[in-house]
Design a protein around this ligand. Structure first.
Ligand code: NAD
Length: 394
């Protein structure tokens, strides 16, 4: 029997209207000077005010930092880290998509560490996170990344992405309120929703999967499969938003504990080199990676098919795994995400640089049920250019 280490964030409030729990949670801490990290869009549409207003009304000193940009480059993170160190803040609250939440937790932890955040990166850093940093409360406004429950902060580098990761980056409190996701536009709803689905799918087939992460992953897939199309079609569909918000949270718990693998490893260079949104880069690769590895985990692919709403009972595992890839492909298409790299205007001449950078993501690739060599990675990117799922040559 294998032993799994399972880590969950200490406290979550989840459900429509749960933002009301923010003030009582902040009041549990002996703090006065609070930094709220968000992006300009969330400030503009008034969502950031929903965090800052009740705090200000109750006598807290609140500084709103709005310089987060999507898929934040390392330099944007460094700037926020300096700002946080200089500001004498006692708590950091992140409100936004994964980009804002990732920078909020980075800033909270780096406030009590020396040197640039670059020193703490997973691939190239030389220092280790040692201290817990400032208390952090994370409030997602997209249903996708699960950043509110993970110990990861993702940063964009010149040609790929890297992470700062340590349990000290975990939120002290997560508040997951689906009401905050109603304003997400359809394209972002689609991309972030497929991101959440990818977390659950990759967690379920991960070599580090456990019975606990399995239960979480399958439930996340069920919720997302039944509601993503609806949330994209009609953003005001309350039940669809609730399903997506909870599905994203549960998928976050699943992948934080079991890990993601090949889809994410190959998606990172698309974000780094071509600035594709994280969700879209996962979405375009999902069918190709899962199609390539499906024969290494056919039973699990059959389970995923069932969770997606299909029926594997009259199929062989081999057939079910094939059908599962078809279902994933269909869902990505139905929510309007282009299904080839060419449709994202990525030139085929990038094949080698993508392959090189994808192969560097050893932390992620180590969880793939089918070990992926550099040749396999080239083959998968190549199939994503052509729009035709391929399988390894045996
Ligand atoms: P995002 O945070 O970049 O936001 C995308 C866009 O949606 C932005 O323009 C933002 O302003 C807008 N937006 C967000 N919420 C909105 C709302 N309620 N209404 C209207 N507009 C809204 O997108 P994301 O996909 O949530 O996060 C992506 C980042 O998260 C990437 O950097 C990715 O690498 C990272 N990520 C982190 C983890 C983790 O565990 N830490 C996991 C997956 C991805």
């Amino acid at each position: 029997m294998s032993v799994s280490k399972l880590v969950f964030p200490p406290l979550t409030h989840i459900g429509w209207g749960s933002l009301q729990q923010l003030l009582p949670e902040v009041e549990k801490y002996d703090v006065k000077n609070i930094l709220v990290v968000t992006d300009p869009m969330l400030a503009q549409i008034g969502l950031a005010d929903r965090v800052t207003a009740p705090l200000k009304e109750n006598g807290y000193e609140v500084t709103l930092y709005t310089e987060v940009i999507p898929e934040p480059p390392l330099e944007v993170g460094e700037k926020l880290v300096s700002f946080t160190r200089d500001g004498g803040f006692e708590m950091v609250i992140g409100i936004g998509g994964g980009s804002a939440l990732d920078l909020a937790k980075l800033a909270a932890v780096m406030a009590e560490h020396d040197g640039p955040a670059a020193d703490y990166l997973n691939l190239s850093g030389t220092k280790h996170v040692e201290k817990k940093g400032l208390p952090k409360i994370l409030i997602p406004t997209t249903a996708g990344t699960g950043s509110e429950v993970t110990n990861i902060s993702v940063l964009s580098l010149k040609t790929t992405k890297d992470v700062v990761t340590h349990d000290n980056l975990l939120a002290d409190v997560a508040i997951v309120d689906a009401e905050l996701t109603v304003s997400v536009p359809p394209r972002v709803t689609a991309a972030t929703g497929i991101d959440a689905l990818t977390h659950a799918v990759e967690a379920y087939v991960s070599v580090n999967a456990s019975p606990v992460s399995d239960g979480l992953a399958l439930q996340a897939i069920r919720l997302i499969a039944r509601s993503l199309r609806k949330a994209v079609e009609d953003g005001s569909d309350k039940q669809a938003r609730i399903d997506m918000s909870q599905g994203s949270y549960i998928a976050g718990l699943a992948f934080f504990n079991a890990g993601v693998a090949g889809v994410h490893a190959l998606a990172y260079p698309l974000g780094g080199q071509f600035h594709l949104a994280h969700g879209e880069s996962n979405a375009v690769l999902l069918p190709y990676v899962m199609g390539y590895i499906r024969n290494s985990c056919p039973k699990r692919m059959a389970d995923i098919l069932n969770a997606l709403g299909g029926n594997s009972s009259y199929l062989s595992e081999e057939e079910a795994s094939y059908k599962c890839v078809e279902e994933l492909e269909r869902l990505v298409k139905d929510v309007g995400i282009p299904s080839t790299l060419a449709e994202f205007d990525i030139p085929e001449s990038a094949l080698e640089s993508l392959t090189r950078d994808g192969a560097k993501q050893k932390r992620l690739l180590a969880r793939s049920p089918l070990p992926l060599t550099e040749n396999d990675i080239r083959e998968i990117y190549s199939s994503a250019f052509k729009g035709k799922v391929t399988e390894p040559i045996m």
